[in-house]
Design a protein around this ligand. Structure first.
Ligand SMILES: [Zn+2]
Length: 169
C-alpha cells in the first residue's frame, strides 16, 4: 500500500510510531555515549556531544542538530570501541574540559567539605577533588564520579597515592 492510500488515522499512527522510534534511537545513543565517557550524573545531549567529540577528536558542526550528532558519535564509538584520544599525560588530564566538568559535579554532589577531616570553606582551606582509587592504578575509573571525593589540601597530600580509602560519609 502506498502512503497516499492510507487513511488519515493510519497516517497519524505511522508518524507517531516513527517519532517514537526516533526518540528511542536518540535515548539509546545518549546512554551509549555517556557510558563510553564513563560519566555518572545528568548530562544534556549537547554536553555529551561536546565531551565525546573532544575525546574522539572530531569537530562538532554547529549546523547539525545535536540529536543527529549524538547518533553519529554513538556509531563512531561502535566502530572503534575504545576512545581514540585518551588523555595521556597528567597535565592533559587535569586541564581537560571533561575533568573540569566532572570536578564541578563532584563539588555539587559531595559539597565543599573535606570528606576526611570535615573542614569546610569557612576554615579557609583549599579543596581538591581526589580519585579514591588513584588514576595510576585504576585509569578506567578516572572519570567515574563515584570514584571521586572532596578532600582538603592537607588530607589529600596526606593520602598520597598509597591508599584508596573512601572517606565519604
Ligand atoms: Zn581534610
Amino acid at each position: 500500500m502506498t502512503r497516499a492510500k492510507l487513511s488519515k488515522a493510519q497516517r497519524k499512527e505511522l508518524s507517531a510510531k516513527k517519532r517514537e522510534r526516533r526518540k528511542n534511537d536518540i535515548e539509546n545513543a545518549r546512554t551509549e555515549v555517556q557510558k563510553w565517557l564513563g560519566l555518572g550524573g545528568l548530562f544534556s545531549t549537547l554536553e555529551l556531544v561536546v565531551l565525546a567529540s573532544e575525546k574522539l577528536c572530531i569537530q562538532v558542526n554547529g549546523k547539525i542538530h545535536q540529536n543527529q550528532q549524538i547518533k553519529y558519535i554513538a556509531r563512531k564509538i561502535h566502530q572503534s570501541e575504545k576512545p581514540i584520544n585518551n588523555v595521556k599525560t597528567k597535565k592533559d588530564f587535569y586541564s581537560s574540559r571533561l575533568w573540569k566538568i566532572l570536578r564541578c559535579q563532584a563539588f555539587e554532589k559531595y559539597g565543599n567539605r573535606c570528606a576526611c577531616c570535615g573542614a569546610d570553606s569557612c576554615d579557609g582551606v583549599k579543596f581538591h577533588v581526589d580519585h579514591i582509587k588513584p588514576r595510576s592504578t585504576n585509569p578506567e575509573l578516572e572519570l567515574d564520579i563515584n570514584n571521586l571525593q572532596v578532600l582538603c589540601e592537607d588530607c589529600n597530600i596526606g593520602k598520597l597515592n598509597q591508599w584508596d580509602t573512601d572517606w565519604r560519609p
